[in-house]
Ligand binder design. Sequence first.
Ligand code: NAP
Ligand code: BGC
Ligand code: ZN
Length: 355
Amino acid sequence: MKAVVVRRGESKPRVAEVPKPTPAPGEALIRTLRVGIDGTDHEVVEGNHGGFPEGEDYQILGHEAVGVVEEPNGTRFDAGDLVVPTVRRPPGESNAYFERGEPDMAPDGAYLERGIAGAHGYMSEYFVSDEQFLVGVPDDFVTDGFLVEPISNTEKAIEHAYASRSAFEWEPASALVLGNGPLGLLTLAMLVQSDDFDRSYCLGRRDRPDPTVEIIERLGATYVDSRETPVSDVPDAHEPVDFVYEATGYAPHAFETVSALAPNGVGALLGIPSDHSFEFDGGRLHRELVLQNKALLGSVNSNVRHFEAAKASLSSFPDWFIDALITGVYNPDEAGRAFETGDDVIKTVVEFDTV
Ligand code: NAP
Ligand code: BGC
Ligand code: ZN
């Protein structure tokens, strides 16, 4: 079958012929419809994140997928059911994190990530998955269901942010998303719909006219250009915010987030930067966290509960938003184009089949 892979020693995706998988007991065979591409996939291709499956000289890419059950193979699914797979798998033997349904909280070494770390992904005509890692989705998710995975990452981060403020009456009203990539924009769309946030901001570094700035403003949020207003100046230029969601992967933003927060606020960091050394006033950061009861947390991955929550978020997005977010749909033979970047590219998709 056809797959989009990266080979050891290369830093470009290519199409390859690979063996079609056979489902083991407990696994279903899925026919892939669409697989989305995000910043992490680019990092994987460039060799800056994740790693190859043990003993393999290539890795099938892709971790944001939607597909149709082809062979239920005795699982709870019927042939024709639409499903979305989760990303983490046990590294051989299962462990307590997986048994509790919280693989997203497993430390390094206690998980593999399909398409990212040590396991093949979903960018192939078929894939198999243990049924416990498949989430059923409604039939109208055929084209956009792959967005359930990235949205689920934000469901988790927001859950953890609220949990960190649950010991007192937290009444957030304003939110700032750092980053106008696909994760930042999906998150902004979620926050503007939330009853909790009256005012939302989204930070980028683009000149107008720009498609991401158009999306930000059409969502009713305010665009903040980091070249004019660094993150730590947001309180003076606009207002101190109750919630910051970092999705740039630009390491200084992790610390500047603390200055942007209002007292009692919380910042969730999701970006995955490479090593980056810089000077920073650690005393100020420490003091602000303590004296203003601020919280800063990191969040990665998501579990089945977050995938379930993501279905409702995806259904609530206006059609224009998804249309504007997805800037390219490519067939597997055009994998190179699907991974091209540019100011007019927001989110691209590799389409294997339509239904
Ligand atoms: P992306 O496409 O790389 O988007 C990052 C965005 O941030 C880009 O639009 C970029 O702007 C902007 N940006 C970077 N530095 C900036 C700066 N100094 N000022 C203003 N804007 C800046 O990635 P993504 O797919 O949206 O994901 C965002 C990050 O989250 C990545 O690091 C990714 O690996 C990570 N991630 C983490 C999780 C998790 O579970 N923790 C899940 C998914 C993704 P330009 O395009 O103009 O350069
Ligand atoms: C994926 C997550 C994964 C994270 C770290 C993200 O792009 O969506 O599922 O845990 O990267 O590898
Ligand atoms: Zn991702």
